[in-house]
Write a protein that binds this ligand. Structure first.
Ligand code: BDR
Ligand code: CA
Length: 319
């Protein structure tokens, strides 16, 4: 079977980095590019991290396009508590040898998607600024994207940035509003399911048994995220962004339901809240599939097995 072609739009970000490694570890996925945005860190740091992580994984040939510096309306935010000042925790990644491509991420996305309509899916795992701008800039963009698999939102669950809003949507709710109403087929992976996928210290110790730059990177990158997670009462680090790839690699682990989902951009306490019309009282047509449940432990095991395989292959390559 031909691999599924994807572009990841991202703000790396510790769990973003794990999502790239996960995508690279599977022959079922062809990772065609990374496009970067602000979010966990500035777009400059996000771009540097994206290039450096690809090089660490021996995938320096994959293009990286640098995107927006600011959300559409809101001010810039960063989440150093979780991701560290650099965006990759304590990992000391060497300066990347490659440079981002000459095109802005929005133009890069438009060019790639329009060149082969209906062929490429986009996995946005940061704020949706680039995707919203591509929709607004090129009217043919929305109908040419195969699918969006978005990490974002909190449907029945509370938020992680405000009581009602999840980080990626909170940072650029206006972009999310444009994307949710674009008509692009969407699968949403919200906090409701990511919170069931927890990477524990014992899992990191298991990965460290393989002497590979991949295991070392994961351990270093997750060090402070682990401490922060334990401090706020979680059993370990939530694998938010990697879970999007379950939609391709193990869809049987996810329970999806179709809903009309909207995002609050009215500016009050619920700004950035994502809400589903469970009983279809608004009579609006369904605009996405939402993951409402996941077999979390099975997902973590799948992720670990893939990281072990990737770790071994990188160890072999460097022998
Ligand atoms: C999301 O916020 C970011 O900090 C993570 O990388 C993830 O994409 C979870 O709310
Ligand atoms: Ca992210």
């Amino acid at each position: 079977m031909k691999p599924t072609r994807i572009i990841i739009d991202t703000d790396p970000g510790v769990d973003d980095a794990l999502a790239f490694l996960f995508a690279l570890s599977s022959s079922k996925i062809s990772l065609e590019a990374l496009t970067t945005t602000q979010g966990n860190v500035t777009v400059d740091k996000a771009t540097r991290n994206a290039l450096a992580i690809l090089e660490l994984a021996g995938a320096g040939h994959i293009p990286v396009a640098r995107g927006n510096m600011l959300p559409l309306v809101q001010p810039l935010r960063a989440s150093a508590l979780v991701h560290g000042e650099s965006g990759v925790g304590n990992a000391n990644l060497p300066e990347p040898k490659n440079r981002p491509v000459g095109l802005h991420a929005v133009d890069f996305l438009i060019e790639k998607i329009l060149a082969e309509p209906g062929q490429i899916s986009i996995f946005p795992i940061g704020p949706l600024t680039n995707i919203a701008m591509a929709i607004r800039k090129e009217p043919r963009f929305a109908s040419a994207v195969k699918e969006l698999v978005i990490m974002g939102g909190a449907i029945r669950e509370g938020g992680n940035m405000s009581p009602l809003a999840e980080f990626n949507i909170y940072v650029d709710p206006h972009a999310a509003h444009i994307v949710f109403h674009s008509g692009i087929p969407i699968t949403l992976i919200p906090l409701d399911v990511t919170h069931q996928c927890i990477l524990k210290q014992e899992h990191i110790d298991r990965l460290l048994k393989i002497k590979s730059p991949v295991s070392k990177f994961i351990s270093d990158a997750m060090h402070d995220y682990m401490a922060f997670s334990l401090e706020i009462g979680q059993a370990g680090c939530v694998l938010h962004d990697p879970l999007t790839l379950a939609a391709l690699l193990a869809p049987e682990l996810l329970t999806l339901r179709e809903y009309y989902v909207d995002v609050d951009i009215s500016g009050g306490v619920s700004m950035g809240n994502t809400f589903a019309d469970f009983s279809n009282v608004s009579k609006k047509p369904v605009n996405m599939k939402v993951a409402v449940d996941v077999r979390g432990d099975d997902f973590v095991e799948l992720f670990l097995t893939h990281m072990e395989t990737l770790g071994r292959s990188i160890q072999d390559r460097t022998k």
